[in-house]
Write a protein that binds this ligand. Sequence first.
Ligand code: URA
Length: 250
Amino acid sequence: MSKRIRIDKLIAHMGLGTRSEIKRAVKLGMVVVDDKVVKDSGLIVDPDTAKVYFDGAPVVYRDVVYFMLNKPQGVISATEDSRERTVIDLLELSDRQRDPFPVGRLDKDTVGLLLLTNDGQLAHELLSPRKHVAKTYEALVHGDVGEEDQQLFLAGVALDDGYVTMPAELHIKSREQRDDEIFSSISLTIMEGKFHQVKRMFEAVGKKVVYLKRVSMGPLKLDETLEEGSYRELTEEELELLRSHKRKTD
Ligand code: URA
C-alpha cells in the first residue's frame, strides 16, 4: 500500500527544520520533488517513491516513530522477554510493526515517562553518558528526607558499588506520618542513569523508595493526561524540542 504524506511534514519529520521553516523554504523554491520545484507545501507525496530534494540535497526518508508512553508498573523496559510483559506489548500491532524500542530503562515497578522510538541515533544521543541528559523523578520515600539529604545529593553520594554520583537536585514536597512511620514526597533530578540509581541513592542515605515515577527526560515532559499504560506519538513541538536539545549538546 502506498503511503501519503504532506511534503512539509515529510521534510520536518526527517529533522531538517520545523514545519514553518519548511513552509518558508517552499516559498523560496528550495524544495524539489520529482524534478519539479514545489509550489504548495501541502503537496501530498508517497515518501517511499518520491525523489525529494531540500536545499539541493536529497532527503532520504526513514519511517521513524516517536511514542511517549506512561509506563505502568508490572511491565519491563525491553522489546521481548519469554516470561514478562514488555512495554512493547502495550503497543497496537501496527505500531509494534515499526520496531520501536525503549530509550533507556525504567524498573518493572517504576511508572512514568518512557520514550519509544526506532530512531537509533536520537536514542543514542539521549542515553549517552557524555550528554548528561537531565531526568526528573517524583518519589515517595520511606523516611524523613531532609536538608542534610539535599546537601549530600548535591555533593554526590557513594552507591553500594563505590560509584559517587554527580550532583543531583532534591526537592522535598511534603512529609506525612502513617502509623509511626514517616514518608516523604520528593522530586529528584539526576544527570546520569546508573542501574536503579534513584533507589540506590536513597539507600545510600538510609532510606527506601516505595514509589517512583519519571516525569521528564531532557526537554520532554510526561503528558499527565496520558493514563498509565497509554501512549501517543510525540507532537511536532516535542520532537523539535528533542532535536534542538540534541543540536545544543552536539
Ligand atoms: N532509578 C531507579 O532506581 N529506578 C528507575 O526505574 C529509574 C531510576
